[in-house]
Design a protein around this ligand. Structure first.
Ligand code: GDP
Ligand code: ZN
Length: 459
């Protein structure tokens, strides 16, 4: 495969100890030769750099012939590199001006600026990694919680790829058999043993089902557990939200798409990501503007994985008022707020029919009881029981798994009802293609472009 040579700054912008510029492609070594003249210490000939051996030298501006920086070079020659092409990394001093000057010099010598994710795209196109591994690398970089980082790291090693490739191989060998039976109808019965074919189909259906289930169970470790705070006006929703954010300030991230009616923020509790929403205005109103807010609040409660139902400590609570806003008791924690207004040693009274719902007593204003509440949140989320080191498909993978499973269910029916082999072949081919979309074997260029464009420059 012939590609032009690309370059990009691989380290974040700004000042720092070291900044890295990465070059990949056939012209990587000649370009280095153009930048260093004969200043390299050690192996003098830039075109014959030894792979994976660091060399020291000075970069000269190719037109102005002035020294730009004293640097280290790391040559990684094809195929022993990230892209499987000739790669050279230049480790320079990380100042915005010097990095830009070096990059401009490289571009001056005929190299093209890399697009976001283009190095990884080349790694994919040159079969160094599959699509699930490429996605995992992006996930590692953008992980906002320990849990999602661990999940991505496992996927980057190729575990998901192995599972999917295995399943796809089963289908492809089935397909070969069925096609042979179509071509040689006389021997068809010997080629296709219904029971065996069924077994293989069921094995792949089981693999799909398992992947889909894991997604349902663990996707929140990647996307964040949706936690909605609800309760009547002035009960202290905003104060509690601030409390939760306050104690995790250093790792707070704003969620894009935040509206004024519904405020959403991301936090980590013990390395588990949560997306908290404050459902302002859950009271009856005739004001149309407020009604929009209420509608949004109701939607966020429906979507929520967990709900903090707030009540002033000292007020009684009933099953009916919870039922009125929350679809299921299983996802609820009752939060009694303003305990500072109650006498010392106060305990809330909870009616018998809702005693199974966990509750916490807090003062959002004084920041009391918050640690205990966080423990309750973690334990209800069951995130502490979910193993983040397993293989967890992402939404794209899950949809492809569903497509595979549905096609195989059709294949199953066709087989049991002894429909024509051609029909069976079509279903199985469709299933195999859907699996190939996951690893990238059969993904079309639009999907690939979409995935790689989400990467950062220099990766
Ligand atoms: P929201 O309407 O539910 O969002 O309630 P806010 O968080 O805006 O709080 C309403 C009022 O209750 C504010 O004046 C808060 O200072 C007060 N408040 C919130 N939490 C507490 C608390 O724990 N104790 C006391 N005494 N007041 C609180
Ligand atoms: Zn509020």
């Amino acid at each position: 495969m012939i590609h032009d040579t690309i370059a990009a700054i691989a380290t974040p912008p700004g000042m720092g100890g070291i900044g890295i510029i990465r070059i990949s492609g056939d012209q990587a070594l000649p370009v280095i030769s153009g930048l260093f003249g004969n200043t390299l210490k050690g192996p003098m000939d830039c075109l014959n750099l030894e792979s994976h051996r660091v060399v020291h030298g000075y970069i000269f501006h190719p037109r102005e012939h002035i020294v730009l920086d004293e640097v280290l070079l790391v040559p990684m020659l094809a195929p022993r590199s990230y892209t499987r092409e000739n790669v050279v990394e230049i480790h320079a001093h990380a100042g915005p001006m010097v990095m830009r000057a070096i990059l401009e010099s490289i571009i001056f010598l005929g190299v093209r600026l890399a697009e976001p994710g283009e190095f990884t795209k080349r790694a994919f196109l040159n079969n160094r990694i599959d699509l699930t591994q490429a996605e995992a690398i992006s996930d590692i970089i953008s992980a906002r919680s320990t849990a999602s980082m661990k999940m991505a790291a496992v996927q980057a090693t190729g575990k998901l790829k192995e599972n999917i490739t295995h399943a796809r191989e089963i289908l492809i060998s089935l397909l070969t058999l069925i096609e042979a039976a179509i071509d040689f109808p006389d021997e068809g019965d010997e080629l296709i043993q219904e029971k065996q074919v069924l077994e293989h189909i069921d094995r792949v259906i089981a693999i799909c089902r398992q992947g889909i289930n894991t997604y349902e169970e663990a996707h929140f470790l990647r996307d964040g557990i949706k936690l909605a705070i609800c309760g009547s006006p002035n009960v202290g929703k905003s104060s509690l939200m601030n409390c939760l954010l306050e104690s995790e300030r250093s790792i707070v991230t704003a969620i894009p798409g935040t509206t004024r009616d519904l405020i959403e923020e991301g936090i980590n509790i013990d390395g588990v990501p949560f997306v908290i929403s404050d459902t302002a205005g859950m009271h009856e109103t005739k004001d149309p503007v407020e009604q929009i807010g209420i509608q949004k609040a109701k939607e966020s409660i429906t979507r929520a994985d967990m709900i903090l139902f707030m009540k002033p400590a000292g007020e009684t609570i009933s099953a009916q008022e919870i039922d009125a806003v929350v679809p299921s008791h299983e996802k609820v924690i009752i939060v009694f707020n303003k305990m500072d207004l109650m006498p010392e040693g106060f305990t809330p009274t909870i009616p018998a029919d809702i005693q199974k719902i966990p509750h916490a007593l807090i003062s959002a204003r004084r920041g009391r009881g918050i640690q205990n509440l966080k423990k309750q949140i973690l334990s209800l989320s069951a995130a502490d029981k979910t193993d983040p080191t397993g293989v967890v498909p992402n939404l794209r993978h899950k949809m492809a798994l569903e497509k595979t499973k549905n096609a195989l269910s059709c294949a199953r029916q066709n087989l049991i009802h002894h429909r024509e082999e051609e029909t069976l072949a079509i279903d199985i081919r469709m299933a195999a293609e859907a699996l190939g979309e996951i690893t990238g074997d059969t993904a079309d260029i639009d999907i690939l472009d979409k995935i790689f464009s989400q990467f950062c420059i220099g990766k």
